[in-house]
Design a protein around this ligand. Structure first.
Ligand code: ADP
Length: 618
């Protein structure tokens, strides 16, 4: 959080503004009030002095009139004047002087100035008053006491028409008291102002704190929200604007928290969808740099997320030489890529789609990887199968046609050749019929229409039966001179299994037929039966030509033959083992072969077997 300096804080600003306002107001009021007070006080003081002098004037006027009329009662006048002046002096009046119309001092209240009495006054104000006949006033600073004095000189004018000036009264008073009073009041005002400022400082601080505390809390809360912490709730101090703001922030915090939660759960859901998708998903930015790669895509491309992120999508898919990003953006056509892994190559179909904003701006691309190895394999096998079937049918048909042509060309007349030719066409037809029957059987298994007729069969007996039939065949004239030996090692006890006996007999017939077919020089054909855990395993070995290692797995595929020509010559369709495998798998069993080339082959058939407790039968 950025620290706010003291002078930048609202608190300081509010306090400063309030205090400054108060100071200005006090200044303004104070200046006006003091000036007004001073003026009023001085005016009142002066008016009082004027009233006093008016009164004095009216008292003195008869005395001066008598004096002017030339009576001999001079001593009396002087005494009268001095007692009158003495009466008026005091109460801030420093001196009262009476001057006659001839400017001679008639009396003074100042006892120290009594020598002036009878002297010519040299006071210019008195002279001015005597000449002009009007009052003269003046304020000055007495240099002796350094106090302000107020001086008023009033001419004493005779009543009547001539308005003769009888003399003048000069009154000097100490006005300093008035100023002192005003300055006392100013002091009181200043002190109260100072107190008011201090109080306002405290009050303003309190008010601004009341404002800034919730603001600071709000600031902290909004910072916490910005930092992803939505747990806090603001205290609402009142119903005012700040209270409403606090409520709004609390509401905002809740909503942001809810929105965040829903985004988070959405993200988790998306993550889980992406993680558990069976398709690979890669998302890129607008420049084709990988930003998301799900688990499946990592497995499919055999990469780690850390290596993939930030890489170019084309490099990641190893197609940078075949396509450009522009091609993909323009056409969005699917790509087929092959990933060569250690086990087997995987074929992936890569589909692209653009992430476009409403404005049309392309912000990225999503690419979905779909494993089509199995599909491709099935497709390839289907094609192979069709080609194989066509080939397998064409061969006997071609040979039949040539024999039939030869017959039509006249060979039918030849009693030596004709029967042989007809025999060949018949055997080719038989082979085709066998093959078509095999194909139909496989097709029924493929489409699930081939149901097993399950029954509980004693496998020991069944194998014994198959071998007995074979023994008879080997003893027939066809095989007699080949000198095949049959050996059978069966278990003593009956082995009860739930199987479709006809189908299983078909499987063993096929294995035994092959054993004879591919052991042209005779040899021993031995059968063995064992029980290992919950399985019964029957093995049939021959001492024939054997099967190369590379072909061991493939012999169970449809139409696969190690030596096509020989097998075909033997009347084989290449479907026998494929059907056997399907039948055994229908029984939840397994069939496999082990072989040494030139030495012989062993076929194994394993079937599920649950030993039956003797008691159950008892
Ligand atoms: P076919 O009708 O050609 O015999 P099968 O499906 O029965 O077809 O056998 C597939 C191929 O497996 C044969 O063509 C043969 O090459 C090989 N094969 C099967 N059994 C044996 C065996 N006992 N010894 C050697 N090769 C065998």
């Amino acid at each position: 959080m950025k620290k706010i300096r003291i002078y930048q804080s609202i608190n300081t600003k509010i306090v400063f503004v309030i205090v400054m306002l108060l100071i200005f107001a006090l200044q303004l009021i104070g200046a006006n009030f003091i000036t007004q007070l001073e003026r009023e006080s001085v005016e009142t003081y002066q008016n009082d002095r004027h009233t006093q002098i008016d009164f004095l004037e009216s008292t003195i006027q008869p005395l001066l009139l008598t004096d002017q009329n030339g009576t001999d009662e001079e001593i009396d006048i002087e005494t009268e004047v001095s007692s009158l002046l003495a009466e008026f002096s005091g109460n801030g009046i420093t001196e009262i002087q009476l001057v006659g119309s001839d400017s001679f001092v008639l009396g003074t209240s100042d006892s120290t100035q009594q020598t002036l009495v009878g002297q010519l006054s040299n006071d210019t104000d008195i002279r001015q008053a005597l000449v002009v006949g009007e009052r003269v006033t003046r304020q000055y600073v007495d240099p002796g006491t350094n106090t302000r004095r107020w001086k008023i000189v009033a001419p004493v004018i005779a009543d009547g028409e001539d308005q003769a000036i009888l003399g003048a009264i000069m009154m000097e008073s100490n006005i300093e008291a008035v100023y002192n009073q005003v300055s006392d009041i100013t002091w009181i005002f200043l002190n109260s102002s100072l107190l008011a400022i201090v109080l306002s400082l405290i009050l303003a601080n309190m008010v601004s704190r009341a404002l800034t505390t919730p603001i600071k809390e709000m600031q902290k809360q909004t910072e916490a929200i910005a930092g992803g912490d939505y747990s806090g709730q603001l205290t609402v101090y009142g119903e005012d604007e700040l209270g409403h703001l606090a409520l709004s922030i609390n509401d905002l915090s809740n909503r942001v928290s809810e929105a965040q939660e829903s985004i988070e759960s959405e993200r988790r859901r998306l993550d889980s969808v992406l993680t558990h998708m069976t398709d690979g998903v890669i998302a890129t930015d607008r420049r084709g740099k990988v930003v998301i790669v799900n688990d499946m895509a990592q497995t499919m491309l055999e990469i780690q997320a850390e290596d993939a992120l930030g890489q170019n999508i084309l490099t990641l898919l190893r197609v940078e030489e075949e396509v450009t990003l522009r091609n993909i953006l323009e056409n969005q056509e699917d790509l087929m890529i092959t990933v060569k892994s250690e086990e087997s190559p995987t074929i992936l179909r890569v589909s692209f789609s653009l992430i476009q904003r409403e404005s049309g701006f392309i912000s990225g691309m999503v690419c979905v990887l779909h494993d089509v190895t199995e599909q491709e394999k099935i497709e390839r096998e289907r094609k192979e199968f069709v080609s194989n079937v066509s080939h397998e049918l064409r061969t006997p048909l071609t040979s039949m046609r040539s024999y039939l042509e030869a017959l039509a060309d006249g060979a039918w007349k030849d009693p030596e050749i004709a029967p042989h030719f007809l025999e060949v066409t018949q055997s080719e037809t038989d082979r085709m019929i066998r093959m078509i029957q095999d194909l139909l059987h496989l097709s029924r298994i493929d489409s699930g229409r081939s149901h097993l007729e399950l029954e509980i069969v004693n496998l020991t007996e069944l194998i014994h039966h198959v071998f007995s039939r074979f023994e008879m065949l080997l003893n027939s004239s066809e095989y007699k001179e080949k000198n095949y030996q049959l050996k059978l090692e069966l278990l003593d006890e009956p082995v009860w299994v739930e199987i479709d006996a006809d189908r299983i007999i078909q499987v063993f017939d096929n294995i035994l037929n092959n054993a004879i077919k591919y052991s042209p020089d005779g040899g021993t054909i031995s059968g063995k039966m064992r029980i290992i855990q919950k399985r019964v395993i029957i093995s049939i070995s021959d001492q024939g030509m054997g099967i190369p290692k590379a072909d061991l797995q493939k012999i169970f595929s449809r139409f696969y033959r190690v030596d096509g020509a020989r097998s075909r010559a033997m009347g084989g369709s290449g479907l026998g083992l494929a059907i056997s495998k399907e039948v055994i798998e229908q029984h939840s069993g397994r069939i496999w072969a082990e072989s040494t080339e030139g030495k012989g082959t062993t076929f194994y058939v394993s079937l599920p077997f649950v030993p039956v407790e003797e008691e159950e039968w008892e």
